[in-house]
Design a protein around this ligand. Structure first.
Ligand SMILES: [Zn+2]
Length: 263
C-alpha cells in the first residue's frame, strides 16, 4: 500500500514539499486525491491497477465481530442497540460493550489463554463463563432476586425474566420501549457491580456482601435519576423515568420517590 502510494504520489511521499519538515507523508491527503480522481474519472482509476487496489482498500468494508460469527443466531441488531442505548452512562456502555463482545476476562477465557483452570473463584464451578458469573453463580443469586422484584413491579408477574433479557436486553418485545429502557439501566448497573465484586474477590480475596452490592446498585440508579430530575425539563424527565410503569415517582411535581425495592 505505502509503496504504491509512494510511486503514484512521489511528491507527497518525498519530503520535498515546502512544509515537509513539519509533517510526515500524508495518507489521508493521498486518499483524498484518489477519491477526487475517482469521482472525476472512475474509468481511468479502474484501468490503473495500483489506483484500483488503493480505491478498493479505501472502500469501507463490513466487519463482522468475532462474537457475531460465533453466535450467528442471536439478535445482534437488538443487542448492539442495547449496548449503545442512550439511557446508559458511559461506564455502562463500555462495560456492556465488553460483555456483548464476550471479552470480559472470566475464567473460561483465561483458561483458553493458558492462565488458570477456568474455575469460578467464588463457588468452584468447573467453568466460569459470562453467563455463570451473571446468572448461574450463587454470588449473583440475591442480586438477581432483587432485580427480578423490580422487573415484576414494573412489568407485571407475567413477564419472563431470563438470562438473555438480563445479559443482552433481548427479547424486550413484552415491554413498552421507555419502560424497558429503565429496566435496562437497572440490569446494566446490576451487572456492573456484580462484576466489580467478582473482580475484587478474584484480585484481593475481599468478599463484598450481597447487601453491599445491592446498595451500590441502588445508590448509582438513584444518583442518576436525581441528576436527571434536576438537569432535564419536567416533560423529558417524565418521559424517560416515570411515564408508563416505573420504579420512580414524582410527588406534587416537586420531589422524587422510589419504589420500595429501591428505597
Ligand atoms: Zn460461581
Amino acid at each position: 500500500m505505502a509503496s504504491s502510494l509512494c510511486k503514484l504520489f512521489p511528491l507527497l511521499w518525498s519530503n520535498s514539499l515546502p512544509n515537509s519538515a513539519l509533517c510526515s507523508p500524508n495518507l489521508s491527503k493521498a486518499s483524498d486525491l484518489i477519491k477526487s480522481l475517482h469521482a472525476v474519472d472512475a474509468a481511468f482509476v479502474g484501468k490503473c491497477t495500483e489506483l484500483r487496489d488503493i480505491v478498493l482498500f479505501l472502500e469501507p468494508k463490513e466487519v463482522t465481530p468475532t462474537v457475531m460469527r460465533k453466535y450467528p443466531t442471536l439478535p445482534w441488531t437488538n443487542i448492539w442497540r442495547g449496548v449503545f442505548h442512550r439511557i446508559l452512562d458511559r461506564k455502562y456502555v463500555d462495560f456492556q460493550f465488553r460483555l456483548s463482545h464476550r471479552v470480559l476476562f472470566v475464567g473460561e477465557l483465561l483458561k483458553k489463554w493458558g492462565i488458570g483452570k477456568g474455575k469460578c473463584a467464588v463457588c468452584g464451578f468447573v467453568t466460569e463463563s459470562i453467563s455463570h458469573v451473571f446468572w448461574d453463580c450463587r454470588r449473583a443469586y440475591n442480586c438477581l432476586s432483587w432485580v427480578g422484584r423490580i422487573v415484576r413491579d414494573v412489568g407485571g408477574t407475567r413477564v419472563i425474566f431470563n438470562s438473555n433479557l438480563f445479559l443482552y436486553g433481548s427479547p424486550d418485545s413484552c415491554f413498552p420501549k421507555a419502560v424497558f429502557a429503565r429496566l435496562w439501566f437497572v440490569f446494566c448497573a446490576a451487572k456492573f457491580f456484580l462484576w466489580k465484586a467478582r473482580c475484587k474477590y478474584v484480585a484481593d480475596g475481599k468478599y463484598i456482601p450481597d447487601t453491599e452490592i445491592i446498595n451500590s446498585i441502588k445508590y448509582d440508579i438513584k444518583t442518576r435519576v436525581e441528576a436527571d430530575f434536576h438537569r432535564l425539563s419536567a416533560e423529558k424527565f417524565k418521559k424517560i423515568w416515570v411515564q408508563g410503569s416505573s420504579f420512580v415517582f414524582i410527588n406534587n411535581e416537586k420531589c422524587l420517590t422510589f419504589s420500595t425495592a429501591l428505597s
